[in-house]
Design a binder for this molecule. Structure first.
Ligand code: GLV
Ligand code: MN
Ligand code: MN
Length: 412
C-alpha cells in the first residue's frame, strides 16, 4: 500500500466550515433533514463536489451523489462511500459529516495522485439519516436499497407537520434520478464511534463488523383529565403516571439484564400540560436496541405485555405506532479484513466492534457488501455539541479510508 496521505488541512477545514452552517440564534447546530438550514449544508457540499470536478446527481428522495468516472472504469459498478449531513437537534459537528467529507477528501486525493480506479467511485450524502424530523431514520439509504417505496418516504409527515416530499421540492433537492439508480459494488462508511470503547481502550481504529437492531415506537396513553387538588389518588386515571411507569420499566429491565439491550424514551408530551390538571394524554417515543435479533424481539414482547398490565392497572388505554424496525446487520467479512489490514499498514491498532448507533451502512448492506470504520469519540459523547474527536484521530481514520477505497477500487 502506498504512503499516499489525505490533505488533512482541507478535510479539517471543511468539517469546521460545515459545522458553522445551520446554527440557530443560540449558536446551536440544528440541520434537520430537508430544512432550510440543511439546504445550506447541501449547497455547500454540492459546491465542494463541483470544485472537485465530480459529476453531481440527486435522486427523488434527495440523496446527493458525487461521482468520479475515471476513463476505463465507467462500465463497472461504482464503489460507494457515504454517510449523512443532516443532524439531530443541538448536534456536534462530526456525526455523519466526517464520513461524507472524508469520502470527498479521499476521492480528491486519489484523483490528484494519478490513481486509476478500475471502477467509478461515488460519495453519497443520504437524506434523513437521523430520523429526528421524519421517521424512520436512515430513510434515504433505506429507499436507495429498495427497503421503502419512494412515494411512501416522500409522503412521510414530520414532527412539525411538514411532508418530506414537499420540503425536498421547496429546498430544491427533489432530484431527477430514480432512487437506487446507482448500484454499488461495495460500500464503506467512516464515522465517529459515538461511544466510549475506542477511547477507553486507546485504540484509534474500529473495524465495525456488525450493527445492532433498532426498534422505534410512538406510544399514546389516554387517561382522564381531572383536578389535581380534589381527585383522590385512588380515583385517578393518570396518563402521565402511566408513562412514567413505562419509562421506569424499560430502564429497570435494561439495567437488570446482563445483555447489551439499551432503551430510551427521548420525547414526551402531556396534555393538557398544566400544573394543576392530571394528564389526560401522554405521548412518547421508545427507542429499543440490541445486537441480537431474538433478544430484541423478546424485549419488544416484554414491553407489549407490560403495556397490557399497565392499561388494566391504571385504567388507561394505550396505543402504539411503529416508527422504525431494523434487524441487526452483519457486515462483509472481507471488507472488515481490508480495514484491519489498512490499519496495520498505517501502524495503527484496530479493534473489531459492534456499532451501537444506526448508520446508512446498515441499509446499503442489503444490496452490497458493506462495512464501517470508526474513530474514537472523546468521552463517548455524541448527539451533543460536546461531541469531539481529536484531529489526529480524524486524519488517521481518513487515511485508513483512503487505503480501503484504493484497495476496493483496484480489485476486479
Ligand atoms: C442515528 O444517529 C441513531 O443511531 O439514532
Ligand atoms: Mn451518523
Ligand atoms: Mn446521529
Amino acid at each position: 500500500m502506498s504512503n499516499l496521505l489525505i490533505d488533512a488541512a482541507r478535510l479539517l477545514g471543511r468539517i469546521h466550515t460545515l459545522g458553522t452552517i445551520g446554527r440557530n440564534e443560540e449558536g446551536r447546530l440544528v440541520r434537520l433533514a430537508a430544512s432550510d438550514t440543511e439546504k445550506l449544508g447541501r449547497d455547500q457540499f454540492v459546491a465542494w463536489l463541483q470544485d472537485a470536478g465530480l459529476e453531481v446527481a440527486v435522486d427523488r428522495i434527495g440523496n446527493i451523489f458525487g461521482i468520479w468516472r475515471h476513463s476505463g472504469s465507467v462500465e463497472q459498478a461504482p464503489l460507494l462511500i457515504g454517510s449523512h449531513i443532516d443532524t439531530v437537534i443541538n448536534a456536534g459537528i462530526y456525526d455523519g459529516c466526517y464520513g461524507v467529507l472524508s469520502g470527498l477528501e479521499v476521492v480528491e486525493t486519489l484523483k490528484a495522485s494519478g490513481f486509476a480506479p478500475t471502477r467509478p467511485i461515488a460519495i453519497a450524502a443520504f437524506t434523513n439519516e437521523e430520523g429526528v424530523r421524519y421517521a424512520p431514520d436512515m430513510m434515504g439509504s433505506l429507499v436507495h436499497s429498495g427497503g421503502l417505496p419512494t412515494e411512501d418516504a416522500l409522503a412521510t409527515v414530520g414532527t412539525d407537520g411538514s411532508v418530506l416530499g414537499e420540503e425536498l421540492t421547496r429546498i430544491g433537492y427533489s432530484g431527477a434520478e430514480e432512487p437506487g439508480f446507482l448500484k454499488p459494488h461495495a460500500y464503506v462508511e467512516l464515522h465517529v464511534e459515538q461511544g466510549p470503547v475506542l477511547e477507553r481502550e486507546g485504540v484509534p481504529i474500529g473495524a465495525v463488523e456488525n450493527l445492532q437492531g433498532i426498534s422505534w415506537q410512538r406510544m399514546t396513553i389516554d387517561g382522564v383529565a381531572n383536578h389535581a387538588g380534589t381527585t383522590p389518588m385512588s380515583m385517578r386515571r393518570d396518563a402521565g403516571h402511566a408513562a412514567a411507569r413505562v419509562i421506569s420499566f424499560l430502564r429497570d429491565r435494561a439495567m437488570a439484564s446482563s445483555t447489551s439491550t439499551v432503551a430510551t424514551v427521548g420525547c414526551i408530551a402531556f396534555e393538557p400540560n398544566a400544573i394543576n390538571v392530571i394528564p389526560s394524554r401522554a405521548t412518547f417515543t421508545v427507542d429499543l436496541r440490541d445486537p441480537d435479533a431474538e433478544r430484541l424481539r423478546a424485549e419488544e414482547a416484554a414491553l407489549a405485555a407490560f403495556l397490557q398490565e399497565l392499561a388494566a392497572a391504571e385504567g388507561v388505554t394505550i396505543s402504539t405506532e411503529r416508527l422504525a424496525r431494523f434487524e441487526p446487520v452483519t457486515f462483509d467479512a472481507r471488507i472488515v479484513e481490508i480495514i484491519e489490514q489498512a490499519a496495520v499498514r498505517r501502524g495503527l491498532a484496530s479493534k473489531r466492534m459492534t456499532s451501537g448507533a444506526g448508520h446508512d451502512a446498515q441499509m446499503i448492506a442489503r444490496i452490497a457488501p458493506a462495512a464501517m470504520i470508526f474513530v474514537p469519540s472523546v468521552g463517548g459523547i455524541s448527539h451533543n455539541p460536546l461531541e469531539y474527536t481529536p484531529d489526529d484521530d480524524l486524519i488517521a481514520g481518513a487515511n485508513v479510508l483512503l487505503d480501503v477505497v484504493k484497495s476496493l477500487a483496484s480489485a476486479g
